[in-house]
Design a protein around this ligand. Structure first.
Ligand SMILES: [Zn+2]
Ligand SMILES: [Zn+2]
Length: 154
């Protein structure tokens, strides 16, 4: 579902949001559309750099900000201090593996009977998102090393 994006349809989507297409913006958006692992800026950078070696963390971040402002990309904050990015901007939930850190999209319809009318009086919900924490069933589900978890300083 996520992998049948071609250059033309990606450019069309960007243009429909009034975005000027730059090589950076295109590379970042195309990369995000091709994956569903909710990468960090650093993870996007290392992949984009294979095709566009002129990229820096700052240019990737700038491209992400623009894409986010027009609603093509969403920030996902599931762990403290770690910002991840998602090209799936439809409402959906996330499953977070506590062992390997894998984040999996969960369809919106999975939780149909969440009772938002049980909120304390005076609170009006506008949106919500469920984060399910647990253990995934990937073959290579391995505990994360500490160094992969920490933020790269630069
Ligand atoms: Zn997601
Ligand atoms: Zn796992």
């Amino acid at each position: 579902m996520k992998n049948n994006h071609n250059t033309t349809s990606i450019k069309r989507q960007m243009q429909s949001k009034g975005l000027r297409i730059t090589p950076q913006r295109f590379a970042v958006y195309a990369n995000l559309l091709s994956r569903s692992d909710h990468p960090t800026v650093e993870e996007i950078l290392s992949e984009v750099n294979r095709e566009l070696p002129i990229s820096s963390k700052a240019t990737i971040y700038t491209a992400l900000t623009v894409l986010r402002e027009v609603g093509l990309v969403k920030e996902v904050l599931l762990e403290e201090g770690v910002t991840r990015y998602d090209a799936n901007v439809q409402p959906h939930h996330h499953f977070c593996c506590q062992n390997c850190g894998t984040i999996i999209d969960i369809e919106w319809e999975t939780f149909t009977n969440l009772r938002l009318d049980n909120l304390p009086p005076g609170l009006h919900a506008e949106s919500y998102e469920v984060i399910v924490k647990g253990q995934c069933d990937r073959q290579d589900c391995q505990p994360l090393r500490e160094s992969q978890n920490s933020i790269v300083e630069s």
